[in-house]
Ligand binder design. Structure first.
Ligand code: NAD
Length: 486
C-alpha cells in the first residue's frame, strides 16, 4: 500500500481567517486505509477565548441588522459555497470515511438547510395580542442570545452543524463551532467558503480539538450564552450539568435506537428495503437509523430473507472507490465497539444471518471495515436492544401482534426516531400516538425534513432543530405591553 502524504492545517478559523491553534497536534486517520493523512494542532482554552471575543464583536453589528438582511447576506455566502461542493465532498470522504454517494447527499443537504433558513428570514412573523385592556396591546419580541457554541460529532459533520448555524445566524447570533477532533477539515473549509462569499468575519468561527478540553472550555466560557450539542447521551448529560452553572441555554440532540415495526399488512418489499437503507446508510453511523426491527410473525421470514439478502449484496470498500455502497467505520474503536455488541448479543442467543465480522479481503485489512450484519431473534434485553448500535448491524425480532411491537419499541431508554409499516390507518395513527419518540415515519424511509421540528424524547435529548421551532432555541422572548391611552 502506498503511504499518504501528510498535510497540516492551522486548526481553527477565527475572525474570518485561519488561526494557528496552540495545542498538541492531532493525527487525522483515513478510515479506509488506517493511515495518517494530516496533522492538526488542537485548540486550547486561550484559542476558544479568542474565538469568543471575536464573535462577541461581530455580534454587535450583525444583531442590529434586519432579519431579512441577515438572510440575504447568508444566502450569497451559501451560493458561493455551492460552487465548491465537489471539494467539500472529497474532504468529507477522506476524513470521515463515508462513501462518495453518502457525502454527495450530506454536503448539499447541509447547504440546503442553510438556504431553508435564508428563506424563512423573510417569512418570520410574531405574536400580537390587541386590547389586553382598553388602550393596551401586547406583543412578543424576540432577541438573539449573543454567542452560541455549536458542538457536533463526526458522523455528519456538516449537516449537524448547519442545523445549528442556520437558525442561529438568521436569528442574529454569532457562532463558535467545534467539530469532532477527528473531522475538522470539511467544517474549516466550509467556514472559509462562507467567509469568501461575504459572511462577515467573526460570525462563524471554528475551533477544533478534543471534546474534553476544547468542548468543555466552550461549555464553561462565560461569553457563550448557549450550547447546541449533538453527540452521545453521556457527554450530553455531562454538558447539561456543566452548563447549569451560569444558567447557560442548552439543546441536546443525543443517541437513539430507532425501532421499525413491520405489520402483517405492510408492503413487505418496501419495508425491508427501507430497513436495509435505514440501517446501512453512512455505515450505520447515524443517530436516526433503523436500529431495531419488530416484524409480525406471519411475514417475518419474508422480511428476514429480504434484509439478509440486501446486507449480503452491499459492496463494501473504500468510500472513494467506484460502486462502493458501504465504507469503513470512522475509527477502529467504533468498529470494535459494534463487533463487541454483536458478539455479546450472540453469546446470549439469536441467529447470525449476515456479516458478523470484518471482511476477509486483504485489500481492506488496514481500514476499519465491518460487514453488514443481521442478527435474528436474540433474547429480549440483549445489548443490541438496550444499547445504541452505531454501525452496520441490525437485530430483527418476530412479534405476535401490534401491542407487543409497540411495547418492545418503547422498551428503550432512547426516543429519537421510529417507523411503522402498515396499510391500516388505525394502526398507523395508533403508532404515531403511542411510540415514545420525536419522529414517527409511516410507510416512509427515515428522511429528515427541514420543515419539521426534530428532536429526541427520553435519553435522546431535548430541544428542537429544524422548522420554525428552531428559532425558539436561538432567541430570548420578551413580552412587551404598550399602553397607548392618554
Ligand atoms: P460524543 O458525545 O463523544 O462527541 C460529540 C462532540 O462532543 C464531539 O465534538 C466531541 O469532541 C465533543 N465532546 C466530547 N466530550 C466533550 C465534553 N466533555 N465537553 C464538551 N464536548 C465534548 O459523540 P460521538 O461518539 O462523537 O458521536 C456519536 C453519538 O452522537 C451517537 O450517540 C449518536 O447517536 C449521536 N448523534 C445524535 C444525533 C441527533 O441529532 N440526535 C445526530 C448524530 C449523532
Amino acid at each position: 500500500m502506498t503511504s499518504e502524504t501528510i498535510t497540516t492545517h492551522p486548526g481553527s478559523f477565527i475572525d474570518g481567517a485561519p488561526h494557528e491553534n496552540r495545542g498538541a497536534p492531532i493525527a487525522l486517520v483515513n478510515p479506509a486505509t488506517g493511515q495518517v493523512f494530516a496533522e492538526v494542532p488542537g485548540a486550547t482554552a486561550a484559542d476558544v477565548d479568542t474565538a469568543v471575543s471575536c464573535a462577541q464583536r461581530a455580534f454587535a453589528d450583525w444583531s442590529a441588522l434586519g432579519t431579512a438582511q441577515r438572510g440575504e447576506i447568508l444566502g450569497r455566502a451559501v451560493a458561493h459555497a455551492e460552487e465548491h461542493v465537489d471539494e467539500l465532498v472529497r474532504l468529507l470522504v477522506r476524513e470521515q470515511g463515508k462513501t462518495i454517494r453518502d457525502a454527495r447527499i450530506e454536503i448539499p443537504k447541509a447547504l440546503d438547510t442553510l438556504t431553508h433558513y435564508v428563506g424563512l428570514s423573510k417569512a418570520l412573523r410574531g405574536a400580537h395580542t390587541p386590547m389586553l385592556a382598553p388602550g393596551v396591546d401586547g406583543y412578543v419580541l424576540r432577541r438573539p442570545l449573543g454567542v452560541v457554541g455549536a458542538i457536533v460529532p463526526w458522523n455528519f459533520p456538516t449537516t449537524l452543524l448547519a442545523n445549528k448555524l442556520a437558525p442561529a445566524l438568521v436569528a442574529g447570533n454569532a457562532v463558535v463551532a467545534k467539530p469532532a477532533g477527528t473531522t475538522p477539515l470539511t467544517t474549516l473549509r466550509l467556514a472559509e467558503l462562507l467567509g469568501e462569499g461575504g459572511l462577515p468575519a467573526g460570525l462563524f468561527n471554528v475551533v477544533s480539538g478534543p471534546g474534553a478540553s476544547v468542548g468543555e472550555a466552550m461549555v464553561t466560557h462565560p461569553g457563550i450564552r448557549k450550547i447546541a450539542f449533538t453527540g452521545s447521551t453521556p457527554v450530553g448529560e455531562h454538558i447539561a450539568a456543566l452548563a447549569a452553572k451560569g444558567t447557560k441555554r442548552v439543546t441536546l440532540e443525543l443517541g437513539g435506537s430507532d425501532p421499525m415495526i413491520i405489520c402483517d399488512d405492510a408492503d413487505v418489499t418496501a419495508a425491508a428495503s427501507a430497513a436495509a437503507m435505514g440501517r446501512y446508510y453512512n455505515c450505520g453511523q447515524a443517530c436516526l437509523a433503523i436500529k431495531r426491527v419488530y416484524v409480525f410473525d406471519s411475514v417475518a421470514d419474508e422480511v428476514i430473507e429480504a434484509i439478509t439478502g440486501k446486507a449480503k449484496r452491499l459492496k463494501v470498500g473504500p468510500g472513494d472507490a467506484e460502486g462502493v455502497q458501504l465504507g469503513p467505520l470512522h475509527t477502529a474503536r467504533q468498529r470494535d465497539e459494534v463487533a463487541d455488541q454483536v458478539e455479546r448479543t450472540l453469546a446470549l442467543g439469536g441467529e447470525l444471518t449476515a456479516g458478523g465480522s470484518a471482511p476477509d479481503d486483504p485489500e481492506l485489512a488496514d481500514g476499519f471495515f465491518y460487514l453488514p450484519t443481521v442478527v435474528v431473534d436474540p433474547p429480549a434485553g440483549c445489548p443490541m436492544e438496550t444499547e445504541e448500535v452505531f454501525g452496520p448491524a441490525l437485530p430483527i425480532w418476530r412479534v405476535r401482534d401490534f401491542d407487543e411491537a409497540i411495547e418492545r419499541a418503547n422498551a428503550s431508554p432512547f426516543g429519537l426516531g421510529s417507523s411503522v409499516w402498515t396499510r391500516s390507518l388505525a394502526r398507523a395513527r395508533q403508532a404515531a400516538e403511542r411510540i415514545e419518540a420525536g419522529y414517527t415515519w409511516i410507510n416512509s424511509r427515515t428522511k429528515v425534513y427541514d420543515e419539521l421540528p426534530f428532536g429526541g424524547w427520553k435519553s435522546s435529548g431535548y430541544g428542537k432543530e429544524h422548522g420554525e421551532e428552531a428559532f425558539d432555541y436561538y432567541t430570548e422572548s420578551k413580552s412587551v405591553v404598550v399602553a397607548g391611552r392618554e
